[in-house]
Design a protein. Sequence first.
Length: 173
Amino acid sequence: MYYPARLLESIGTDVLRVNYAYNQRPEYETLSFSGKMQWLLADVTAAFQIALSQRSYDKITLVGKSLGTLAMGHILTHNDFSQSLQCVWLTPLLRNERLREQIKKVPHKAFFVIGTADPFYDAGLLKELETSTSGKSVIIPGADHGLEIHADRGRSLQALREWVKELKIFFKK
């Protein structure tokens, strides 16, 4: 999340960061997965609505990683966007059918980053989303859900450079 935010800031974009610190809340840990998701989605929705109330925007960019992609899907399908919309899906939970339907439902410019060793990676599902969004994907061979290639830290850093370079091109278009 650090590098996409830095790239957006470098081109003069307002950035709203929603940091999840739920592990510091004991009551969160006692909730079911559904309860945790309700809490997350309520927090993200509130933050998003407050940000939009501060000023008007011609373009909205959503960026999320992993669980954050579920929050993005919720934001996409529970808001009416008159603005130009683009989304950066870092290690999206591709095997989640609801998320895939949300991604396909709302027209947006999409950029996906995922590794082949990520348990959520599925080449067919990713291709389906790429096609439906006219999106761009960066697939990192051997990278896990953290976008790391554990057997080779040098390759991990090179992969980071490559996907950030592609993201920069995506933002400029």
